[in-house]
Design a protein. Structure first.
Length: 218
């Protein structure tokens, strides 16, 4: 089975998402720029990010902050989000079971994939870190996806674009392919993904099929 992260892998969402969250933090009086959010929270659950910001700042976010961020994000994603280049091509040629396992909420996963016409490749196999106790880099989400799909972790390949996501896949006992083809990917991301345990790193989703075939030894 192939398990895909959503943000930054299937959809080119990271610059838009970090801009939205930064804007809402600023409105609430928390000076977090998109660069800071990207550096410290890429791949993490929103709830974990909000909790860590509150601890670091020593004060609470507004009670409706999470709901506001979610609402603005869904609205902007419906209007502006685009699929990662060649995502549809890669998914069309990829055989066997596959699913999405993302730190985002199920609503955001669904809107992301519907807005980019990728939902047809995965429905109903959409899994959110909000369904498990611990978010990435813990392995909980990927193990949850395996359990629901009835596939052993050793038979899974994860496609991830963040070090915490790669670490989660490795902790789950899976093979991880790093992806650095999103518009947010910096020059050091490939090295960071390898350091986190990625077996292979690709820059173009068109290379995914041949990479998976090589990893499976076909």
């Amino acid at each position: 089975m192939v398990i895909f992260d959503c943000n930054g892998v299937l959809v080119d969402s990271e610059p838009l998402a970090t801009a939205i969250v930064s804007q809402e933090f600023m409105r609430a009086g928390f000076a977090l720029t998109p660069d800071i959010i990207a550096r410290y929270f890429t791949g993490r659950r929103p709830a974990d990010m909000f909790a860590e910001v509150e601890i670091a700042a020593g004060r609470k976010l507004p009670a409706d902050f999470a709901a506001t961020v979610a609402s603005v994000t869904l609205r902007r994603f419906r209007a502006e989000l685009r699929a990662t280049r060649h995502a549809s091509y890669a998914l069309s040629w990829l055989r066997g079971p596959k699913c999405v396992a993302s730190s985002s909420s199920v609503d955001r996963i669904r809107v992301s994939l519907e807005s980019t016409d990728l939902i047809r490749f995965f429905e109903p196999n959409l899994f959110s870190a909000s369904e498990v106790r611990n978010g990435k880099p813990a392995p909980d989400l990927f193990l949850h996806a395996c359990n629901r799909m009835r596939v052993a972790p050793r038979d899974c390949i994860v496609v991830e674009d963040s070090p915490v996501g790669v670490a989660a896949g490795v902790a789950a006992g899976m093979t991880v392919v790093g992806f650095v083809g999103g518009s947010h990917a910096g020059t050091q991301l490939a090295n960071h993904l390898k350091a986190a345990g990625a077996t292979k790193v690709i820059t173009d989703l068109r290379a995914l099929k041949s990479t998976i075939i090589d990893l499976r030894g076909w």
